[in-house]
Design a protein around this ligand. Structure first.
Ligand SMILES: Cc1cc2nc3c(=O)[nH]c(=O)nc-3n(C[C@H](O)[C@H](O)[C@H](O)COP(=O)(O)OP(=O)(O)OC[C@H]3O[C@@H](n4cnc5c(N)ncnc54)[C@H](O)[C@@H]3O)c2cc1C
Length: 459
């Protein structure tokens, strides 16, 4: 098979589009399991393995999972912890929450060592973005944003999360340049002047990250956080181990299941346990439950229960919570539950009206606002060019919830005609919708290992 990469001609068996954690771990697993074909990773970022989550330069941005559970290798549970110790990281312990940028370095180093052991000729990082995919005689032809194209037998779509979520509201238009679509784009998280007032829209882990970054700078600022329900993420308490999952009377009835879950929590609390034991107990069985649930139940969960579930499931490290409380006590951060209904220019600032969930409307004057809401990416109307090309060209299809691609149980894409692809595969966030748990390291490391095995077996 001929592959055009600039002036070079290559045979490339596997292209991995996206070199964040997911893409890096597929490459690691291929190399560690004896794959000898050529692997090309398309990733515009300079460093592989960091992606969106682990590219942060802020030391205050910690992992939200303790180090003992963050190994990148499913068969070596202490691998990350050993790496931290080998780096003499102060405080390396199973229940420590390490900085996220350190985790990016860990993944990058793991990839480099796997490449070195597997033979450098077989691996290459192409610093470009894939923008289009078409079927080709022996596989798929990918077009890159620098004008090159690459023909490959198999493609792994490790596309991760978009840096920003669409946020449609009239007040945003009125804010003009004072509105940032994402904390991760440009210098949104740089405090402009002492006393700057910044509104963070959203109160999940992304908004907490943004607050920590803003308040970690020498220039003092004031932040306001607002979300419809006003729910901040709960905090980890590592004294409690997961309980046994309840045997649900009817695992297709989401309302009944939540009633049973609340009963289990009450019982655990009566026995000096904690709600975390019940929430964490569901992790190993939640994908199976999700798959068996009717579409109406899955939609109901996404519309009404997800914000409550996420605040309990995606928790913050204790030291992060302490810092947030400290900032609140110092009056440097304020929280509101409600909806922003209006914005109007006032001198150099913006006056916002917030309709509070409980209580009266209030007006707030801010200098800038940053969108920190979660990701609601509809793959049928995706702003990302490459995903649009895959869906519009019929090589991929969005799943029933429009959240990510339709796939088989192991991540092979299902095309617009309902055929299973033998050339296109995905893992991690693009399987959101198909799977309940698919975005965190413990799931991604297993998906990467299974996908690599499948690619090796079928190549
Ligand atoms: C801020 C944040 C913090 C998190 N913290 C944790 C944590 O502490 N613990 C945990 O378990 N999980 C955490 N997660 C979950 C996270 O989703 C996973 O851990 C993991 O980082 C996902 O990796 P990924 O490679 O799938 O996606 P990403 O990290 O989003 O990487 C995708 C990569 O693909 C590239 N890309 C996308 N499209 C193209 C294209 N068309 N062509 C070429 N390249 C492309 C992007 O440039 C990007 O580098 C966090 C997530 C976020 C967003």
């Amino acid at each position: 098979m001929n592959t055009v990469e600039g002036s070079e001609s290559h045979c490339c068996e596997i292209a991995i589009v996206g070199g964040g954690l997911s893409g890096a771990l597929v490459a690691v697993q291929l190399l560690r399991n004896g794959f000898t074909g050529r692997i090309r990773v398309m990733e515009p970022r300079e460093h592989l393995g960091h992606g969106l989550a682990y590219s942060t330069g802020f030391e205050q941005h910690l992992l939200n999972v303790p180090a003992g559970k963050m190994s990148a290798l499913p068969d070596q549970s202490g691998h990350f912890l050993e790496w931290l110790r080998s780096r003499n990281w102060n405080g390396a312990a199973p229940d420590a929450f390490a900085p996220r940028k350190l985790y990016g370095e860990y993944i990058e180093e793991l990839l480099h060592s796997s490449v070195a052991a597997g033979g450098r000729g077989s691996f290459r990082h192409i610093r470009a973005e894939a923008v289009d995919a078409r079927s080709a005689a022996g596989g798929v032809r990918l077009a890159l944003n620098d004008g090159r194209s690459v023909e490959v037998q198999k493609v792994v779509l490790a596309l991760g999360n978009p840096a920003s979520a669409t946020f449609e509201s009239a007040f945003v238009e009125e804010m003009g340049e004072k509105w940032h679509v994402s904390p991760w784009i440009g210098d949104a998280l740089r405090v402009r002047f002492a006393g700057e007032r910044i509104l963070l829209v959203g109160m999940g882990l992304t908004a907490v990250d943004a607050a920590l970054a803003l308040h970690g700078q020498a220039m003092p600022c004031r932040t306001y956080m607002v979300s419809r329900r006003g729910l901040l993420p709960c905090v980890h308490d590592l004294r409690y181990a997961p309980a046994s999952p309840p045997s649900f009377a009817d695992a297709t009835n989401i309302c009944l299941m939540f009633r049973q879950l609340r009963a289990q929590i009450r019982q655990l609390q009566n026995e000096d346990g904690c709600w975390r034991m019940a929430v964490d107990a569901l992790r190993p069985v939640s994908n199976e439950i999700w798959r068996g649930m009717p579409l109406s139940g899955r939609r109901l969960f996404l519309r009404h229960l997800k914000p409550y579930w996420e605040a309990h499931r995606h928790r913050m490290a204790p030291q992060v919570q302490r810092r947030m409380c400290e900032l609140q006590a110092q009056g440097r951060i304020e929280f509101f539950a409600g909806r922003i209904s209006r914005s109007a220019a006032k001198d150099d600032a913006i006056e916002l009206t917030i309709e509070q969930r409980r209580g009266e409307g209030l007006t707030l004057e801010v200098d800038r606002a940053i969108n920190c809401t979660g990701i609601h990416e509809d793959y049928n109307k995706c702003p990302r060019r490459f995903i649009r090309s895959l869906v519009e060209g019929g090589l991929a299809s969005a799943n029933d919830l429009e959240l990510g691609f339709r796939t088989d149980g192991a991540g092979a894409l299902i095309d617009a005609q309902g055929n299973l692809s033998s050339a296109l595969f995905t893992l991690g966030p693009p399987r959101r919708g198909e799977l309940f748990e698919t975005t965190a390291v413990p799931e991604i490391r297993c998906q990467a290992a299974a996908l690599a095995r499948r690619l090796i077996e079928t190549s």
